[in-house]
Ligand binder design. Structure first.
Ligand code: TYM
Length: 333
């Protein structure tokens, strides 16, 4: 579709304050695709309402997520940055793909099982068909690669299955996308329970470092991070807390695990936790600075949203119309 330029697509839900998991596992990596790919990065507000949201919070976080994309280095001249609900083709293609997705397939999604346990009072159909909307997001842009954290791999695999099934009936409709995960940082764990993923919806705010936390808060949270009764800084089975901190330190500094083991040889957990907090705060400071600046000009953010939505809709319309024709829908102009 873009004269042989491959396409990268990904999305982030404005459903909570974004964490260093979102940053290291996803957003930080998005920019690296800008030179060789046509990039679409979406704020997926329609996904966010599968769980109840306070409207004013959802609205504010939608602006914030777009501002964070830019603060993390996504240049809107090189990347199409937009909001999902501004491009109606997402919801429309999702309906069509629903008719090519099995109930059994959706029942096997681990995130559905987790979320329906967590929100037992609101297991709505949207929570169940969430991965179909995600498949629509990806397939609308004839996407080649989808940079995500490990928790989204299963959803991208389902998207591939749906696309292959559709193509088998209606050949040459969709590009089959590939999930791309960072070698390190694709699953950042909670600081309070390092066997669990760090999540923006965690009620324990000490378990989570937010991208917008101030320096003192970041350092305090790392100081309190749960580790083990060993004293030695090395990466090993059963040392989930230390392994997580070493991963975070490694991704922020670019140092290997061996480098880190050497650097902290003979030093205690306290020193190491302090160092992790400092590198994290140092790395986030410029992002926070830029974020403030982007957030201070709402009109400019809205202009960006509009431009992104127009660019995205142009491509989305073409794919949707192709799908409708293949299905036998009557086209009128
Ligand atoms: P969301 O909003 O939960 O997370 C956004 C991105 O951050 C990654 N991530 C993590 N990576 C490493 N460690 C963690 N602890 C961590 N927590 C989150 C996620 O894997 C994701 O890449 N369904 C998606 C949003 C979405 C989407 C899409 C993604 C909607 N449509 C199409 C890709 C393509 C979600 O809920 O992400």
């Amino acid at each position: 579709m873009f004269q042989n330029t491959p396409v990268s697509f990904s999305g982030v839900q404005p459903s909570g304050n974004l964490t260093i998991g979102n940053y290291l596992g996803a957003i930080k990596n998005f920019a690296s695709f800008s030179e060789q790919y046509k990039c679409f990065y979406c704020v997926v507000d329609e996904h966010a309402i599968t769980v109840r949201q306070v409207p004013a919070d959802l609205r504010r976080r939608t602006y914030e997520t777009l501002a964070l994309y830019m603060a993390c280095g996504l240049d809107p001249e090189k990347n199409t940055l937009y909001v999902q609900s501004h491009v109606k083709e997402h919801a429309e293609l999702a309906w069509l793909l629903n008719c090519f997705t099995g109930f059994g397939e959706l029942s096997r999604m681990t995130q559905f099982k987790d979320k329906s346990q967590k929100h037992a009072d609101n297991i709505n159909a949207g929570l169940f068909t969430y991965p179909v909307l995600m498949a629509a997001d990806i397939l609308l842009y004839q996407t080649d690669v989808v940079p995500v954290g490990i928790d989204q791999k299963q959803h991208v695999e389902l998207c591939r299955d749906i696309a292959n099934r559709f193509n088998a009936i209606y050949p040459d409709t969709f590009t089959i996308p590939e999930p791309i995960m960072a070698k390190s940082g694709a699953k950042i764990m909670s600081l309070a329970d390092p066997t669990k993923k760090m999540s923006k919806s965690d009620e324990n705010t000490n378990a989570v470092v937010y991208i917008l936390d101030d320096r003192d808060t970041i350092i305090r949270k790392f100081k309190r991070a749960v580790t083990d009764s060993d004293t030695c800084i090395r990466y090993a089975e059963g040392k989930d807390g230390i392994n997580n901190l070493m991963t975070i330190y490694s991704v922020f500094t670019g140092k290997t695990i061996e480098d880190i083991e050497r650097e902290f040889e003979g030093r205690g957990y306290g020193d190491f936790k302090m160092a992790v907090g400092e590198v994290c705060a140092d790395a986030l400071a410029p992002v926070q600075e830029k974020f403030k600046c982007f957030m201070s000009d709402k009109a400019q953010l809205e202009a960006q949203m509009k431009k992104g939505a127009e660019e995205a809709a142009y491509v989305a319309r073409r794919t949707l119309s192709k799908v409708q024709k293949k299905l036998g829908f009557v086209q009128i102009r």
